[in-house]
Design a protein around this ligand. Sequence first.
Ligand code: NDP
Ligand code: MG
Length: 383
Amino acid sequence: MKNIVLLGATGSIGKSCLSVIRQNKEDFHLYGIGFGSNVDKAQEIIQEFNPNYIFAAQSQADRSHNFWQVNSNILSNEDELQGLIQDPNVDIVISAISGFAGLKASFFAIEAGRTILIANKESIVAAGDILMPLAKKKNAEIIPVDSEHNALYQCLPLEKNLNEISKILITASGGPFREDSLSDLRGVSLNDALKHPTWSMGAKITIDSATLVNKCLELIEAHYLFNIPESQIEIVVHPQSIIHSMITFIDGSTIAQMSNPSMEVPISNALGMGKRLPINFKEIDFSELNLSFEPVAHDRKMIFDIAREVCNKKGNLGVIFNASNEIAVEAFINKNIDFVDIYEVIQRTFNCFSCSKVRTIDEIFEYDKEARIQAEKVIKSLH
Ligand code: NDP
Ligand code: MG
């Protein structure tokens, strides 16, 4: 029986994780959960899974809710979160908080040498230079949950001989605006941007999918997780989201991982750690399948250029890219900027910084703060 701490339990990834755990109760115990402010959902989870510990991050959560009366073991500050993650009874930490807010949890887990299932790609993008060497030093195993990276993880030869890889192909659905040129996107509504054709996810990642910034984050994530130069990573648009990514090896073979789009598939793979766990899934009907592939639209190339620069220069550039995107997406969701301005905010913020080395996690937080301030200034200048 493995004890799991699931951070981001009330979210979309959290829901899929709980479903996999529910289907494999004899193997996993939900030891702890963490969430932001959705006390209704948290209470449902507590009633079903009875976790030993509950971490509730956000003080604005409704304090009159009976959640606060019926649960006595609520943790709420960062030290308590760290204590939970470092509890020797914990076997697996799932990092599924959304955005940069998930970094502390990823850092605590890696620092404690825990096995970490990483959905929170923003941690790796912003702090890859700190987290990857730390994981090596502390012997922390990082297992990717993001469907593309889990697909690559499944395709990698067991001995992980990276010299045998010719290139990695990360697939992209293309999002709701795949067929539109950038100039057609001025004025698109939040609702249009939230209509993802193949995946149902949290709001922030859904907007990232519409801008293709999600794919940029995934490019950087793959670069760090698999230690592969960006020049060996290709993005290919595959609207059906059946092939989740592929590796071409030096002998000309390409291996792909396929499933109908469901996050339960990569989550069960990650939780199984080498063992295939039984879950309910919808089989691919190959007789109905029509797979297509196309390059990324040329007018979105500028955002991939930034992501590739992040991979090549590293240091503080990942955290700046991530922070500028988070501020831009928030401004779009709050209807303060246009959809296409997201690109403008990222580019202009990114260009305000030069590349510097980062040595500590605190420096990452400093750069994050500075980049957010700069991105807010850019947004003001757009009005
Ligand atoms: P959601 O918005 O659905 O869920 C986010 C979760 O994080 C919620 O449980 C939320 O709590 C919690 N949370 C938010 N802020 C904080 C905070 N400050 N402290 C603690 N908990 C917090 O996001 P997703 O599940 O879609 O995404 C989660 C992560 O997984 C992201 O990094 C995303 O990029 C990644 N991912 C998601 C995929 C998907 O299919 N959804 C696919 C691949 C990667 P509450 O709601 O209670 O406030
Ligand atoms: Mg993905």
